[in-house]
Ligand binder design. Sequence first.
Ligand code: ZN
Length: 250
Amino acid sequence: MLRIGLLVLTVVHACPAQAEFRFEDATDEQVAFVESNLLGIFYHELGHALIDLLDLPIFGQEEDAADVLSVFLIDAFYEEDAAVSMAYDTAFGFLGEAENAGDIAFWDVHGPDLQRYYNLVCLFYGANPDDRSDVADDLGLPQDRAEWCPDEYDQAAHSWGGALDQITQVGGGQSFLIGEVEVDSDGGELAAEVIRFELEALNDEFRLPEPLLVSIVPCGEANAFYDAEYAEITMCAEFVDTLDDMSVDF
Ligand SMILES: [Zn+2]
């Protein structure tokens, strides 16, 4: 099932960005940027959850595999215009992280943000090279890399597509469950709304072998993570404020 677009919440008027996201101050573009990146991050965490719950073998870094799933789902779930918007927003999300990051931590389990940026652009382009060469050019994908991107996409489709087949063949269900929701800010409310909407869409199509919880709670930092002990993804309510700050740069 293709989704037409994101859940775009009505916003009233625009004004310069501030530390805390507020519905009344955010433009449609800012809200869309935040939503795209929340979903991109959520799909990445879903990658960790699927690797655990489906006991998937990973050859390479699990973080890279999770990034691949995120792009794969953006391409698979959304109609072209919405998918392209999300690809831009999530690519710019990595650029924003790269700008905030300071020195590159080569020891980190995640690749450097700029590399994650180019991996995203490459995979997204490779999924539909006939229609996305303008996107690839616009986002600065070098021709040397672009040549290989359709092959990179085929590999992703072979690995993640196979895993997703396992959980679609059994039909939908109620295995994606909202966990703890503790929100006391507009950003937290936006995150909760986006995630609830997403979980319903996932339940329509997929059923996991065991329930996956997704919680939206304050963590004291902009972060998201999967905890295998509880089969739970935590999306930190603070993420929206950070993404909202980032959105004005693009
Ligand atoms: Zn991760």
